[in-house]
Write a protein that binds this ligand. Structure first.
Ligand SMILES: Nc1ncnc2c1ncn2[C@@H]1O[C@H](COP(=O)(O)OP(=O)(O)OP(=O)(O)O)[C@@H](O)[C@H]1O
Length: 395
């Protein structure tokens, strides 16, 4: 059990008062850069939290590797903070003043991945109306974070290896080689050894990418970080919230299968359900109850890590009816067959729905992409890809 460490936590009033490590303290961390509010928030978003032994070790590895240009692969379960680590390596490196570019290789359609990474020349394929620099060029001088590398199609793995060896890219439809000086940090939550064994991932590429591996522990393996993470996400949520000691202990003893991302969702849910209140053990229990039980008690919220509902958590049927009416269609008879004589344009239909959700989330998040991504339970990088696909802008 974890309880005793939780009691030593500073910053949480035993009697349930406001946290003693308020938002201003977080902002002070970045004050020396005289950031705008948006920049301050972005910096806070990427702050690496956790002083457990495991995280101290990770910080040590980050400091060691940041000085060099060695390729780093970050492995660890989903939501454990792989992108945060990649960002920290970049910020500690001599490349910090240059761009940090993140690409979720698993989220980009196969046929667009090559042009996404390496760019394309005008007219090189249908839809290539303009010349475009790829992510490698964008990250020139800086760091390129390749997320979900384990999902990369094998033909792209060959091309990527070639680029890493030659240190230059050739745009799709281009002739010349363009030299790039890009530090690569990649990440995967998949068992890459198994993928290599099953020949789904090339061993030679893996050795190139994994010069310096960092393996992130799950949150359950570093429970002592939970109180600090709670404070951090409370500060980020802008909500007047506090957790008493019993609530913190309950949180620290939770299993956290979704790791830090799940904890963040729980704090967002707490802000919606209990904003302005002191959270005790009973409320913590409600927040951590399995989703089914929360639904039954009518306390699930839009912060759930499932397809974000438009107004509250409902079943797919009522959600679709509501969507249909919002899209201007007749509220559908949900039992009517979906496929009739006319062919269905599934791509357009799904794209319309996706665009609708993204637009609404961006509005709800005041154009803050990271916030909108959270509302949609997406990686920020995935949302950016989708916004680009739909031609949507944050503002
Ligand atoms: N140590 C940490 N300190 C502060 N925030 C963190 C930490 N670890 C994770 N987070 C936050 O948790 C969320 C998930 O983190 P991140 O996207 O880096 O995880 P991931 O391991 O890359 O996930 P995935 O496997 O789905 O790609 C983000 O909101 C991130 O800011």
């Amino acid at each position: 059990m974890y309880g005793s460490q939780a009691q030593e936590v500073q910053g949480f009033d035993r009697d349930g008062g406001a946290p003693a490590w308020p938002r201003e303290a977080s902002l002070a961390l970045v004050a020396e850069h005289r950031p705008t509010i948006r920049e301050a928030r972005a910096t806070l978003e990427s702050t690496l939290i956790g002083d457990s032994l495991a995280m101290q070790e990770v910080r040590h590895l980050i400091r060691q590797v940041a000085k060099s240009d060695a390729s780093v692969i970050v492995t660890g379960p989903t939501g454990s903070g792989k992108e945060v680590i990649a960002n920290a390596i970049h910020r500690e490196s001599p490349r910090a003043a240059q761009p940090f570019v993140a690409v979720n290789t698993g989220a980009i359609p196969r046929d667009l991945l090559e042009s996404e990474l390496f760019g394309h020349e005008k007219g090189s394929f249908t839809g290539a109306i303009n010349q475009r620099r790829g992510r490698f060029e964008e990250a020139d001088g800086g760091t390129l974070f390749l997320d979900e590398i384990g999902d990369m199609p094998i033909d792209m793995q060959v091309k990527l290896l070639r680029v890493l060896e030659a240190r230059s890219v050739q745009r799709v439809g281009g002739r010349g080689q363009i030299a790039v000086d890009t530090r690569i940090v990649s990440a995967t939550h998949r068992d890459i050894d198994a993928a290599i064994e099953e020949q789904r991932f090339r061993a030679d590429l893996f050795f190139r990418l994994a010069v310096f591996p960092i393996d992130l522990p799950s949150l359950a393996e570093r429970r002592e970080d939970v109180p600090q993470l709670v404070r951090h996400f409370v500060a980020l949520s802008n909500a007047k919230l506090s957790f008493n000691q019993a609530a913190i202990e309950r949180m620290a003893n939770h299993e956290w299968p979704g790791n830090v991302r799940e904890l963040r969702n729980v704090i967002d849910r707490a802000a919606i359900m209990f904003g302005g209140q002191v959270i005790g053990a009973e409320q913590a229990e409600m927040l951590l109850a399995p989703r089914g039980r929360r639904l039954a008690a009518g306390i699930a919220t839009a912060a759930e890590p499932v397809a974000a509902p438009i107004d509250g958590q409902r079943d797919a049927r009522s959600l679709l009816t509501d969507l249909a009416s919002r899209l201007g269609a007749e509220p559908a008879d949900m039992d009517a067959p979906l496929i009739g004589e006319e062919p269905v344009d599934l791509r357009t239909t799904v794209a319309d729905i996706e665009q609708r959700y993204i637009t609404e989330a961006l509005r709800a998040a005041d154009g803050v992409v990271a916030e909108a991504a959270r509302l949609l339970s997406l990686q920020r990088t995935t949302l950016i890809e989708k916004m680009r696909k739909h031609g949507l802008k944050a503002a």
